[in-house]
Design a protein around this ligand. Structure first.
Ligand code: GLA
Length: 370
């Protein structure tokens, strides 16, 4: 394993443990996690592998096969910058439960694709430390700790979707997560036996205002919930009555969140019934809602979705936070070519840089590899 070789070359001994944590796509349930709602992600075959040996002092030495080939040495948590903050954030949240460590990182998630490379990084390191120090954390506790590192240390106000997917997903399954109770269930997702697959369309575009807009959406949802007198938008039961009490953007955000939660439940119902192709309509509805009510799509995502459907996909939607990143399309095996051609042609026509296509099969969540 190349991460083990890099570890040995840098630190002169083999790592004590090696953990892999994957990235994710979200099949449906977008911008619902921080509204105490439902999500349905699955893990992708790419992720972050962390080789780790604990130290007796507080120093963290860190190298990445994708960047710092010479280890960076971090003596104080405040010294960390850039991607190293996701790792140091995990140490900061674990506090006195851990000392320092020597770490080598290998990441295979296409950068900027919106497939949660940061959550994979946090969860791989947190899982390794949990193992090495016998901390006894459950996968959900690892996910929560990783989210805390991202919220409290890195300063990104994300929900639990990405870290939970990375820590809890199982091969061949999507993860149904209730973001309030944190109860979860693994839902079999065997598209191949229906002659179908999920195609990831990576727009390779990431709009820089995404962070600010994300925080704004969260605030709008919280404000709408306050006006409606409910703890979170998850609790809205009568949408018509709720919309009468709201105006403007808060009204639109509420419309999306409430209907998106229902789409998650409907999609699970269809999967259970074996009606796989029918889930396409829900993917399309989710995209329209994210585009028009939640307003987090982008021209590149919209064109990818429209062109995929035009090329024969059963349904398509943006996945993840939005403002760039990736879309997913549900495609039957005999339409894979024509869907890709349709998207490539539509991108060329608009003068967009070519997208990247990645096949997504539901992969396992975080696990020890050595
Ligand atoms: C980002 C966040 C998640 C979630 C999605 C939208 O990926 O990190 O917590 O809110 O956006 O569903």
């Amino acid at each position: 394993m190349r991460v083990v070789e890099a570890f040995r070359a840098a630190y002169g001994a083999s790592p004590q443990t090696v953990w892999h944590a994957p990235g994710r796509v979200n099949l449906i349930g977008e911008h619902t996690d921080y509204n105490d709602g439902f999500v349905l992600p699955f893990a992708v075959p790419w992720g972050v592998t962390a080789a780790v040996t604990p130290r007796t002092d507080k120093t963290i030495r860190l190298l990445s096969l994708q960047g710092h080939s010479d280890p960076v040495t971090i003596e104080s948590h405040d010294d960390s910058t850039g991607w190293t903050r996701y790792v140091v954030g995990v140490f900061a949240m674990l506090g006195d439960r851990v000392a320092g460590a020597d770490i080598a990182i290998d990441g295979t998630i296409p950068p900027g694709a919106g497939l949660s490379s940061s959550a994979a990084l946090e969860v791989s390191v947190a899982s390794a430390l949990n193992d090495l120090h016998d901390l006894g954390m459950t996968p959900m506790e690892i996910a929560l700790l990783s989210q805390k590192a991202e919220n409290g240390f890195v300063g990104v106000p994300s929900g639990i979707l990405d870290q939970a997917a990375s820590a809890l997903c199982q091969e061949g399954h999507a993860l149904f997560l209730d973001c309030r109770s944190l109860g979860s269930r693994n839902i079999p997702l065997d598209l191949a036996s229906h002659g179908m697959s999920i195609l990831i369309i990576d727009t390779q575009v990431h709009h820089t205002h995404a962070g600010g807009e994300y925080a704004k959406r969260r605030a709008e949802c919280e404000s709408a919930a306050r006006k409606l007198g409910v703890p979170a938008l998850r609790d809205v039961t009568d949408l018509t009555a709720a919309l009468e009490l709201l105006q403007g953007d808060e009204r639109k955000r509420t419309q999306h969140v409430v209907t998106e939660n229902h789409r998650v439940e409907a999609l699970i119902g269809l999967l259970r019934a074996g009606a796989v192709t029918e889930i396409g309509a829900l993917l399309n509805a989710s995209h329209l809602s994210l585009r028009d009510e939640y307003e987090v799509s982008s021209p590149e995502l919209d064109v990818a979705v429209e062109a995929a459907v035009k090329g024969g996909a059963r349904g398509a939607r943006m996945t993840g936070g939005g403002f760039g990143g990736s879309a997913i399309a549900l495609v039957s095996d005999d339409r894979l070519e024509s869907v890709q051609q349709s998207v490539v042609a539509a991108y060329a026509e608009r003068g967009f840089q070519p997208p990247r296509f990645l096949p997504a099969t539901p992969a396992p969540g975080a696990h020890r590899v050595a």
